[in-house]
Design a protein around this ligand. Structure first.
Ligand code: GRF
Length: 200
């Protein structure tokens, strides 16, 4: 199954997907296209360095969300993409985009959802004083970070952690878990019943 990756920033999760592909553990998922919505997104360079097709579709160039999403859909379809991974993609998606890939869009988030959805989740976790945090891979729905949870990994928050050190350790978890879940998605092994997701 050909996967499209949407990214807005650093692209370390994209690199983890590329590493998994290179080690042969991403199959049956194939990386078909990377879309970035910011011209300065390092994810674009990572994609090109990995030999992946990569396009810039700047949300700021579109008058509304739907036309931006239609432009992304056109590119994804042109590259034969059948499922989508949000890897640090900082735009909320509407039904226009979501309905094109029913239960085939996943996101990685740096907290144990439903705690701390939205921006700056590691900073929210530090601020709140939690003792355990982690990452969540979930199906994407129209709300923010709220779709059915597929997988989570937890770590202890250290007394001397700040948002950056906590996020860095959470990212180490994401870099393992996101490729694993992407391979399961491509294999058709994620079964979603209501809010419950099991691995078949
Ligand atoms: C990740 O921590 C992810 O959970 C969040 O955005 C961050 C993206 O990091 N959605 P990167 O661009 O993949 O390095």
């Amino acid at each position: 199954m050909r996967i499209g990756v949407l990214a807005s920033g650093r692209g370390s999760n994209l690199r983890a997907l590329v590493d998994a592909r290179d080690r042969g553990v991403l199959a049956p998922a194939e990386l078909g296209l990377v879309v970035a919505n910011r011209p300065d997104a390092p994810a674009l360079e990572h994609a090109r360095a990995a030999g992946l097709p990569a396009v810039l579709i700047e949300h700021a160039a579109y008058t509304d969300r739907r036309s931006f999403e239609r432009a992304m859909l056109d590119e994804l379809r042109a590259h034969g993409v059948e499922a989508v991974v949000l890897a640090g993609f900082m735009r909320v998606l509407t039904e226009t985009f979501l309905s094109a890939f029913p239960r085939r869009i996943i996101n990685t988030h740096p907290s144990l959802l439903p705690a701390f959805p939205g921006l700056a989740a590691p900073a929210q976790a530090i601020q709140h004083g939690v003792k355990v945090s982690g990452c969540t891979i979930h199906f994407v729905e129209t709300g923010v970070d709220c779709g059915p949870i597929i997988a989570q990994r937890a770590i202890e928050v250290r007394p001397d952690d700040d948002a950056a050190s906590l996020h860095a350790r959470i990212q180490q978890l994401e870099h393992v878990l996101l490729p694993e879940v992407t391979a399961l998605l491509a294999a058709g092994r994620l079964v979603c019943e209501g809010r419950s997701v099991r691995i078949a």
